[in-house]
Design a protein around this ligand. Structure first.
Ligand code: AHR
Length: 602
């Protein structure tokens, strides 16, 4: 193959292309990224959290021992249940056991009243790994203790024992080591895996979680801020419980810690089109008489993120510990909503209100649900009319679809809204899937003048609690298991450019079926001055391209990173070596491989 790269032919592309889609699906938040190790710390799990009736799923879920649930005089009206232990103990098994590390410190806290008690971390065999004495008073008081584990175990539990009577609520245990050492922080290994992707943005809290499956299930950001005991937990559309401990403040802080733009997505005044409203498939929405209040909630979010501390919501942000604005630039309205009259009326109302009050905010609209054969036309018409800067498209397709549709964005009208490819995946975690995605992304980079952002979805999945496959990163209590797809995302995330450099590829075999299995994308990153060549080979044979560059003052050595494996492989990892480059050079691309060549320019 002959690849010719001409430095004089280039166009500006988005420098925001790779980001992450975070949805609280598959236990991504509680039991996942959120560092809390106690499950159902507030005793607010409820039968209605579950889609399939499960009698165990109630206020005692994950707890065992000698206690009863009480409701009189709770610590907060939003947190009505608590536990009363009478001469005995209560034990919490975390999320499938609590994983502890030897000599690491854990912050324990509890709201308690009543008699003296002892808190212990215990191994599955009953060995005490750490303990502290709790001395409550007669009225609710928050008590803190630091517990240092003597051993590394996967399946510890936390036990509180008393010989008197003690009431407890918000029983909490966090590793002291969280991402950026934040209190109420994020699980370090998972957050680091995300940080390693160098995401330019983080979309949250979903997906379908953002709009829920009924009017009472629409995610309300205001329920997720403030003291933890005052947050309003909710049934998660994916059939479990959201404590809201990972709420809007924590999301914004995470984005800031990552150096990524926050992309909150709010419901367009309608719940999910697949909602169970009689199973009719009709779109229904917040009553119009309540829409002013809903629109105000959306505007208040922008004030919460960016307003001065003298504003109502800016003050709340400051009280949470962040007086400086978060500098929110984007807001998403709607997620895969059916383009119905009900939707359109509410969507237009919200978008216009944001455009009017906060013209500097980039509103990302939706162009409808993804079904086989969707053309998004109706959604695009509204986007044109509203002059939306960006719209969100989603598609989950086969690897073959991704291979055959690399030109998807070539014909997009550059004068219209830009695209946020908010959710995509090729339905599998084998290397062939990852390669199809890598190949498709060469086309996305080539169209980086119309595609502004893209995020693989979903991001996280806890083993044994996975509602959706494939995902990007699987995990359990103490292990992170990135997929091969993750390494493709990471290589794109770590090697972005802001200028697309034209190149031509000539293969000796003229067969188009062969040609479309070779992908090339060349970008330049102006900040580092690096030229980045991405090469994808989805053929079962090696290809050795001769790469010729013109009008590019390259230095002599570059980095060559290769990710390769058989189509079925699930364990491939990128490896980097040095590469000597000249104006013309050649390097073998193994069968089924994705290579990134990174060269400094003079
Ligand atoms: O990514 C999983 C789900 O797929 C999202 O919640 C939804 O937006 C899409 O249908």
């Amino acid at each position: 193959a002959q690849i010719s790269i001409n430095g004089q032919q280039s166009k500006k592309i988005s420098n925001m292309l790779t980001g992450v889609f975070f949805e609280d699906i598959n236990y991504a938040a509680d039991g996942g990224l959120y560092g809390e190790l106690i499950q159902n710390r507030d005793f607010e799990y409820a039968l209605h959290d579950k889609k399939e009736r499960d009698e165990k799923w109630n206020a005692t879920m994950a707890w065992s021992g000698d206690f009863k649930i009480a409701k009189e005089n709770p610590i907060h009206p939003n947190n009505p249940n608590y536990a009363v232990i009478l001469k005995g103990n209560i034990s919490n098994s975390g999320f499938d056991g609590i994983a502890l590390k030897a000599n690491e410190k854990y912050d324990f806290s509890v709201f308690a009243k009543g008699s003296k008690a002892i808190v212990r971390l215990k191994s599955a065999s009953g060995e005490t790994l750490a303990e502290a004495v709790l001395t409550p008073s007669a009225t609710w008081k928050k008590i803190n203790a630091v517990l240092k584990s003597s051993k590394t175990v996967k399946d510890a539990h936390l036990e509180i024992s008393t010989s008197g009577e003690i009431a407890v609520d918000m029983v909490s245990l966090f590793p002291q080591k969280t991402f950026k050492n934040r209190k109420n922080g994020l699980r370090l290994d998972l957050a680091e895996a995300i940080a390693d992707m160098h995401p330019k943005f983080v979309r949250f809290p979903g997906g379908c979680v953002a709009h829920g499956d009924g009017l009472h299930n629409i995610y309300k950001w205001k329920n997720t801020i403030g003291p933890l005991e005052s947050r309003i937990p909710m049934r998660n559309i994916w059939g479990y419980h959201q404590s809201m401990g990972l709420g809007y403040f924590e999301y914004f802080q995470f984005c800031e810690d990552l150096g990524a733009e926050a992309v909150p997505v709010l419901a367009a005044g309608v719940p999910c089109q697949n909602s169970s409203d009689g199973g009719s498939g009709q779109q229904f929405g917040i009553p119009m008489e309540d829409m002013d209040e809903y629109v105000q909630d959306v505007l208040d979010l922008i004030e919460y993120a960016n307003g001065s501390i003298n504003t109502v919501w800016g003050k709340k942000r400051a009280e949470a510990g962040h007086p400086k604005p978060f500098n929110l630039k984007y807001i998403g309205i709607g997620n895969e909503d059916l383009i119905s009259d009900v939707f359109e009326e509410r969507y237009r109302m919200i978008v216009k209100a944001v455009q009017q009050k906060y013209p500097e905010i980039i509103v990302i609209g939706t162009v409808g649900p993804f079904f086989e054969g969707t053309d998004y036309n109706e959604g695009w018409k509204i986007a044109d009319d509203l002059k939306l800067p960006i719209v969100d498209e989603h598609y989950y397709q086969t690897p073959g679809w991704f291979i055959n549709n690399q030109n998807f964005y070539d014909g997009y009208d550059r004068s219209k809204s830009k695209v946020y490819l908010g959710e995509y995946a090729s339905r599998g975690n084998k290397f062939y899937n990852a390669l199809a995605e890598a190949l498709y992304l060469t086309g996305v980079e080539r169209n980086g003048d119309v595609v502004e952002m893209a995020s693989y979805a979903p991001l996280l999945a806890r083993e044994k609690h996975t509602q959706w496959n494939p995902d990007l990163i699987y995990f359990n209590g103490d292990e992170v298991k990135p997929t091969v797809n993750y390494f493709v995302q990471k290589l794109y995330g770590q090697n972005p450019g802001n200028q697309y450099i034209e190149s031509t590829t000539k293969l000796s075999d003229a067969n188009p079926e062969v040609n479309k299995r070779i992908g090339v994308s060349v970008v330049k990153d102006n900040a580092s001055g690096d030229l980045i060549i991405k090469l994808v080979n989805v053929l079962p044979v090696a290809v050795t391209p001769s790469i010729e560059t013109r009008n590019l003052p390259l230095t002599e050595t570059g980095d060559y990173t290769i990710l390769t494996g058989t189509p079925e492989n699930t364990t491939a990892r990128p490896a980097t070596q040095k590469l000597t480059v000249k104006e013309a050079f050649s390097k073998e691309l193994p069968p089924y491989s994705f290579a990134v060549i990174r060269i400094k320019t003079n």
